[in-house]
Design a protein around this ligand. Sequence first.
Ligand SMILES: *[C@@H]1O[C@H](CO)[C@@H](O)[C@H](O)[C@H]1NC(C)=O
Ligand SMILES: *[C@@H]1O[C@H](CO)[C@@H](O)[C@H](O)[C@H]1NC(C)=O
Length: 477
Amino acid sequence: MEKMLLMLVIFISFFAMGDFLSIGLPQVCYGRYGCFDHYPPFANLLVNLPQSPEIVGAKFYLFTRENKDASSAQELDDSDLNKLTASNFNISRRTIIVCHGWTENMDGYLKWMVRLKDALLVKGDFNVILTDWSVGANQLYDQSTGNTRLVGAIAGELIQFLIYHNGNKNDLADNFYFIGFSLGAQIAGYTGTYLQAKYDKKLGRITGLDPASPFFTATDNAVKLDQGDAKYVDVIHTNMPLVGTPDRSGHTDFYPDGGSLHPGCGNDPKGKKIHKAIQPVFLSQKINQHLKLHEAKPPLVNQQSLVYQFKCDQCDEDYVGFTRRHLRQRVDEHRHTSSSIGKHFHGKHSSTPKDLTTNFTILKKCNSKVDCLICEMFFINELRPTLNVQRDSICACNHLRATEYYIKTVSEDCTNPWEGHPCGSYVSYSLGFCNSCGNGGCPLMGYRAEETKFEGEFYLNTDTWDTLCPEQTTLHG
Ligand SMILES: *[C@@H]1O[C@H](CO)[C@@H](O)[C@H](O)[C@H]1NC(C)=O
Ligand SMILES: *[C@@H]1O[C@H](CO)[C@@H](O)[C@H](O)[C@H]1NC(C)=O
């Protein structure tokens, strides 16, 4: 009897521990937003259930041509009619909701949200609503991923609220357009699903800007953005496959430059000093243990994967990265001009850096590349991700290119904008097998994709774009 009581106490205290709460309980319920559980297709226990609406703190700010600037933003929510009637919201305009991704806030990295809002208000007389779920988005990646389900529901309630108080015709949803980046693109998918399931309303359009990959790729359509989430879904893939999803996610999927790497990204990293000290995970491990010259290669190449931090006193290039090879090789590379660190030394100091082993810290050893990617993202989150320009980092240039390309298609009247070519793969496209537009035709990437709504996979190279429409903003400038 006593033993059972003890077990019960242990059992209860296990579930009472904050961190285990969302994993231990089968579901969480948040009023009108509904319940969230770990039943299939949401069975991935690595993804936490959403935190409460109070914690996640999703906020929506309306901008129109009458109130364009940050100082005149009008906050809307899904229950305050006074705020709605006092605002400039007008149901006869198209309503465009914009949503950021992991570790961002309402400005977006490089202020992409603000720049997009400004460009949209020049382009048309729209209601532009910027979503700010920065508290929910600035958690560890597994928690922020879980929070997207709740933010999708909250955005769905807001849209229902706006429609309900303006005649409540279902087809008003046609005039709602959701643009989301990374995790924000996955939120768009949840909003679309929520509106259909609960209110029988279908969003007019979703644009997914490099929808997030970890925990979404190869999942059920209910878990990720897909073409069922709006009447028209177009997607721009820019950093496949680890950061942005490689899955077909819309009616029209664009793969500029093949969808992974882009001109101007990664070749000339302008790293900045990271000012925050971080706690190495393997405090007790000496770097030299990982640098043994003749270390036997383990049976699985993946077992080598590790995330490291490089600290550089002399070259302003601290960063977090990961490697699947021997760390020793990575260290060696920094001595040569093939790496930006080595190049810096040869160029600025006319020297080769000496022993750099002490400048590396192993942050985590991981079992696979995907594990490493997620861990890397956790560490970069700690370090202020805007400062990290490593190629595979969540906030890297390539990932953000989706926002840059999209903004350009809104803001510039190019006579010859980016045309996507139907093709089976980027290799075929690059070899010149897909120069014609076939029977279906060539859709325009970005804002104007809706003019044709051609379905399929479309390839293009962006390199000619700059000569047609010069860059107005410099990435990482
Ligand atoms: C709403 O927008 C429409 C179309 O732009 C316009 O005709 C109408 O006057 C606006 N309504 C209000 C109340 O401003
Ligand atoms: C590497 O670390 C050592 C010791 O902290 C430091 O003196 C040196 O400047 C660092 N090397 C570079 C290239 O920053």
